[in-house]
Design a protein around this ligand. Structure first.
Ligand code: PEP
Ligand code: MG
Length: 840
């Protein structure tokens, strides 16, 4: 004899688990245990559903005996994880001519016709798999019901099944098989389901929300799903079933709590409303979650059909986790684990409201998160003019250079045709907390005509209103609805909890006092990278930097350095004051020349004026300085070796600033970092000179101070020779932007052009400037760390490339025993949370 697949009535003690019967069956059992008025329910296990899909007869008759005589039942899917979906619910199984007749006399013809028609439609489409168009009847009526029954007979050559056991058998089989379909499989695997993910099913006695008295159905939840604040929300619809209230929202919807806009369930059925509020409180406390309860009122009697976790925004996720922990319902550790680190960026910046419409015109790389609305401008001058008029703007450039800094400051967002995750626009925008989309190579930029041609030929002109969504990497036409950032006390409290668990440091990459202030506000534990050349991006300062770069001889250079010294000293004093004794790691100049030379004739002319030199001198010098490959040219420490007075000036400014803030009671031990090192001798030479500057400052001021000297590991050779280099370095900080560039031989500024083709064809799993390449660059990190620590066991190790804020890189660095990670100030909260997750 064939054994029937098993089924279990859900009782408080039945053996039901999410791993054997699915999350819904388990959740319903919890509701039953909590004494909620759940209609009788039977659970079919994963193995039962599997054998039904394989052709075993479903135990329909046996299941039906678990209910009252002649029940109407529903079937709902119950996979192990609610995110994995499942076939749609089927309602009203058991309806037939006889039941229809009884219903007509007990509930009236209208109700009986509507229910039977709905069941025939659902059965025809989902179980018999007939053409949905043939059963698409809008208004229920006796005639519509007859037509549907006739259509069923014609299409199947059989009368509509009348035996409830047959209906149930077929419905169970169709749902079990639907789960095995290719599309369903692909959809759930995209959401992380394993290949062998199984389905459970729950069969539940229907509560009829149609008929006499107060009858209807609805959903209720006790928090606002967008803000996470306590609020009764949901919908109730009289004379409806299942999730009708959600599907047919507009007409006939009744508010739940009292509402001036119309009638409410609270007034209509005060006892049921009070009971629902009570059930909500019980669910929150005992299920340790904010639940959405699906309910039906059957002639005034409340039935709870189901409860699911409230679907919520990231900001609501954090609010709810904090509230649950504060009410001692969950621990702080669990609260911390309930928020995904990446979700935090939604709280830090304005976002496009996901509920609104999206008219996407341009797509590119999502280089800096957040969203902003503004009018299109095609030059930095136009951006500044727009800001002066008090009008928000989105700056569009082929790519940006230091000359655009003013324009970027003035803009609400930046869109570039070229570039990748670590190009100038991306790095600066992340630092400023501006939304930025780069590498939008599918648009054609016509800066002269001040317009851009989007794919498909759509033209956007200067002054057109757009929304730049840096989180999604898209530009949208018009002003989208926005959500404001959510940096409130709960946010700070939550991250404070995260800090109490994490075991790797988090610093910020901060170049200016404004950056440092953001870093402090986000509780960074210091500055891990201050790119000193970035302190000269502002145009009134850029000129002094250029004067130094353009100096023909030592005398000219000395005069430029004399101007730079007090500026640098003031900069460092500011940083030290803001960081109030926290460590500050200052990187000596690393100006890739192409970022600092003027590119246009206009720029050359301005420079000639500022330096009081003939234009021909400037163009000649610019030609002499120009390099074929500036990223591999006279950068970083090479400048320090060839023109030592530049680093000496910086060291002097750092030490004098240290003494200045020391006199005001702020004790600082500055960290000085040498960029782009590839040989130990470079470090030796620079160290000797900086030691000499320190000695000179000490002698002159007769005050003692200490400092640490470290090296940025940005070239593969520096990683390989870290053992030698560590002899002269107290710390090594891995600059994974350049290290990625040099390991792959990929240009940081040009790779955006082909990166999507590479990723789409699976050459690289991800853009390596975005996600640390663990296999290649990561190996260099491990080699560098091991060799460095072999020489100097107390060597401090860190990462300061843009990868420093990625959860995956943080996990890698933590495992390798790094002391801290350093990332853009706006990514510090994410890094703090990601690090806490790793430690829990
Ligand atoms: C790096 O190369 O990783 C780095 C942090 O330096 P920059 O981005 O300034 O070259
Ligand atoms: Mg670098």
């Amino acid at each position: 004899m064939q054994k029937h697949p098993d089924h279990t009535p859900i009782t408080p003690t039945a053996a039901i688990a999410a791993t054997t019967h699915g999350w819904r069956a388990k959740c319903l059992q919890r509701l039953v245990r909590l004494d909620l008025p759940v209609p009788r329910t039977v659970a079919l296990s994963f193995s039962a559903v599997r054998s039904i899909a394989a052709g075993q007869p479903a135990p329909a008759a046996a299941i039906l005996t678990a209910f009252d005589a002649a029940p109407l039942v529903s079937i709902r899917p119950s996979p192990e994880n609610p995110d994995w979906g499942g076939p749609g619910t089927i309602l009203n199984i058991g309806l037939n001519a006889e039941r229809h007749r009884l219903l007509a006399s007990s509930h009236g013809h209208e109700v009986a016709d509507a229910l039977y028609l709905r069941f025939v439609q659902a059965y025809a489409i989902h179980v018999a798999r007939l053409d949905p168009d043939m059963f698409d009847v809008s208004a229920p009526s006796a005639e519509a019901l007859r037509t549907a029954l006739r259509a069923y007979e014609q299409e199947t050559d059989e009368p509509f099944p009348q035996d409830p056991a047959v209906q149930l058998t077929q419905a169970l089989r169709s749902m079990a098989r639907a789960w095995e379909g290719t599309t369903a499989r692909l959809l759930r695997q995209a959401k992380g389901a394993p290949a062998d993910a199984a389905l459970g099913l729950v069969v539940q006695e229907m509560a009829l929300g149609m008929g006499h008295g107060v009858s209807g159905s609805g959903v209720i939840q006790f928090v606002d799903p967008t803000t996470g604040l306590p609020q009764v929300t949901g919908r109730y619809l009289s004379q409806s079933l299942g999730r009708d209230a959600l599907a047919r929202a507009a007409e006939g919807t009744i508010y739940l709590a009292r509402d001036p806009r119309g009638p409410s369930l609270e007034e209509l059925a005060p006892e049921a409303f009070t009971a629902l509020i009570h059930h909500g409180i019980v669910c929150r406390r005992r299920l340790r979650e904010e639940m959405q309860i699906e309910f039906t009122l059957e002639d005034g009697a409340l039935k709870v059909l189901d409860a699911i976790k409230v679907t919520r925004s990231s900001r609501a996720t954090l609010k709810i986790a904090v509230a649950l922990a504060e009410d001692d319902i969950i621990g702080k550790d669990e609260a911390v684990l309930r928020v995904e680190p990446r979700a935090l960026s939604e709280l830090l910046h304005p976002q496009v409201d996901p509920r609104g419409a999206r008219d996407v015109v341009v797509r590119g790389i999502a280089a800096s998160p957040g969203a902003a609305v503004g009018r299109l401008v095609f030059s930095s001058a136009a951006a500044q003019a727009s800001a002066a008029r008090g009008e928000g703007c989105i700056l569009v450039r082929r790519e940006t250079s230091p000359e655009d800094i003013r324009g970027m400051h003035a803009a609400q967002g930046v869109l570039t045709e070229r570039g990748g995750m670590t190009s100038h626009a991306a790095v600066i925008a992340r630092g400023l907390g501006l939304p930025c989309v780069v590498g939008a190579s599918s648009m054609q930029l016509d800066a002269r005509e001040r317009r851009l041609i989007a794919p498909g030929g759509r033209i956007l002109r200067e002054g057109d209103l757009v929304t730049l969504d840096g989180t999604a990497g898209e530009a949208l036409a018009g002003a989208a609805d926005m959500l404001a950032p959510a940096l409130d006390d709960d946010f700070r409290k939550f991250l404070g909890w995260a800090d109490s668990f994490r075991d790797i440091g988090v610093r910020a990459n901060a170049d200016t006092p404004e950056d440092a202030q953001v870093a402090r506000d986000f509780a960074a534990e210091g500055i891990g990278l201050c790119r000193t050349e970035h302190m000269f991006f502002e145009s009134d300062r850029l000129i002094v930097m250029r004067q130094m770069i353009f100096a023909d001889d030592a005398k000219d250079r000395a005069s430029a350095l004399t101007r730079l010294l007090p500026m640098q000293r003031e900069d460092f004093i500011h940083l030290f004051e803001i960081m109030a004794g926290l460590p500050v790691c200052i990187r000596l100049f690393d100006p890739p020349l192409h970022e600092f030379l003027p590119h246009t004739r206009e720029g050359m002319r301005e420079l000639a004026e500022a330096l009081d030199k003939p234009l021909s001198d400037i163009t000649r010098r610019a030609e002499a300085l120009s390099e074929f490959n500036p990223m591999l040219g006279m950068r970083g420490v090479r400048l320090g070796i060839v023109l030592p007075e530049i680093y000496e000036m910086q060291a002097q400014a750092i030490f004098e600033a240290t003494l200045a803030v020391g006199a005001r009671g702020i004790k600082v031990e500055p960290e000085i970092m040498i960029p782009l090192v590839s040989a130990m001798r470079e470090v030796e030479l620079v160290k000797t000179r900086i030691d000499a500057v320190a000695a000179a400052v000490r002698t002159k001021r007769t005050v003692q101070f200490g400092y640490k000297l470290g090296v940025m590991v940005e070239t593969p050779r520096a990683a390989l020779r870290a053992g030698d280099i560590a002899q002269h370095a107290a710390f090594l900080s891995f600059g994974t932007n350049d290290l990625t560039q040099m390991t792959y031989g990929l240009s940081r500024d040009d790779a955006g052009r082909f990166m999507s083709a590479y990723v789409n064809q699976g050459v690289f799993p991800e853009d390596p400037f975005h996600m640390l390449d663990i296999d290649g660059v990561g190996e260099l990190l491990l080699i560098g760390a091991d060799r460095g620590r072999a020489t100097r066991p107390d060597l401090t190790l860190s990462i300061c490339g843009e990868h420093g804020g990625n959860p995956e890189s943080i996990a890698f660095c933590r495992k390798a025993g790094f002391n801290y990670v350093s990332c853009s100030p706006y990514r510090v909260p994410l890094a703090r949370l990601a690090a806490a997750h790793l430690a829990l």
